[in-house]
Design a protein around this ligand. Structure first.
Ligand code: LMR
Length: 328
């Protein structure tokens, strides 16, 4: 039993950057849902923990719980509000109950690449959105990138018609529901940790995600293949419980912010490389990736872009115009 316990503790330490916090330290439980390694969010969370635990030793201690090991994405928001965890980094698609402004990030074909996303988020208007949910108890600190999304299904998807009638898992976002409906598919909101099982058992036929998630969660193993559509964005907001954050001593808050700034810059600069490595890892593991001709891709744009109109009022036409001017 002792050996088993020791082995389990080791695994936990390696898998979750789990720190042994000392008495008296302010503990930050950081819960997230993706893989710890070879993943933009997993790597950023681990680096943040490592730096805080080194540089603020004795004062602050970060424990990271990756891969929905503490809370799934259907529970982590509630856990943050209750103070059961102090930090989370959900995708922007999961803030619907707090703000409709983030819907712009879910609109298909809004951003041509991650550089455009970075520039858009760097504008004052978008930076302000991070603190727009404070009244609801949530404070956004930094945007963390993942990448552009691809489709996968249990049959080849080359034209939008191929998705018709299929059941697709989507994140808890009404924009993504509308996007799949525009394709004639039937969308189902579902927690991230349940997707692999749902694909495997045929509860859903397909899903959309980035290469690092398709690889990390092994979706490619239970799908016919993935299609490189780059049709949407998966991006995160590092969020804290606003009351807890404002209650920290100012010097502690400043130092955490500074470390988070540096970690954000460092890891956001690497996301394209992590994304491409995951794409290659899927191929190396025997996964199928289909590329679209420019004509085929245009057909997907024509099928999905009308969704913008439905959500224009929520996201403000000015923000759409701003995002588009950056694409040009
Ligand atoms: C998803 O639910 O597909 C993603 O938001 C998971 C994640 O955090 O990358």
């Amino acid at each position: 039993l002792a050996t088993f316990a020791a082995a389990a503790a080791l695994t936990l330490a390696a898998g979750s950057a789990f720190a042994q916090c000392d008495p008296g330290e302010t503990v930050i439980k950081f819960s997230h849902v993706t893989n710890a390694d070879k993943h933009p969010k997993g790597l950023a969370a681990a680096l943040f923990a490592q730096r805080v635990n080194e540089e603020m030793n004795g004062k602050v201690c970060v424990e990271v719980f990756p891969n929905s090991s503490l809370y799934g994405d259907d529970k982590e928001m509630e856990a943050l509000l209750l103070g059961d965890v102090q930090m989370i980094a959900p995708s922007l698609s999961k803030f619907e109950q707090f703000t409709k402004k983030f819907r712009i990030f879910d609109l298909p074909f809004m951003f041509k690449n991650m550089e455009a996303v970075d520039e858009f988020q760097g504008t004052d208007e978008i930076q302000e959105l991070k603190s727009s949910m404070v009244k609801r108890g949530v404070m956004g600190l930094r945007f963390w990138h993942n990448g552009l999304k691809q489709f996968s299904a249990n049959k080849p998807l080359l034209e939008p018609e191929d998705a018709k009638g299929l059941k697709f898992r989507v994140q808890s976002s009404d924009v993504l529901v509308a996007q799949m409906s525009a394709l004639g598919a039937s969308p189902q909101k579902m927690a991230f940790s349940e997707v692999y099982g749902a694909l495997q058992t045929g509860v859903v036929d397909g899903q959309e995600n980035t290469w690092s998630n398709i690889y990390g969660q092994k979706f490619f193993e239970v799908q016919d293949g993935s299609t490189e559509t780059n049709h949407g964005l998966l991006d995160y907001l590092v969020a804290v419980n606003a009351q807890w954050w404002m209650g920290l001593p100012e010097d502690v808050r400043t130092q955490i912010s500074q470390i988070l700034d540096e970690v954000t810059d460092e890891r956001n600069a690497e996301v394209n490389a992590v994304d491409m490595a995951a794409r290659q890892a899927i191929l190396d593991a025997g996964g199928v990736i289909r590329e679209l001709t420019p004509e085929q891709r245009k057909d997907w744009v024509v099928a999905m872009k009308p969704v913008w109109e439905q959500f224009e009022k929520d996201v403000s036409p000015e923000f759409i115009a701003l995002a588009q001017s950056i694409n040009d």
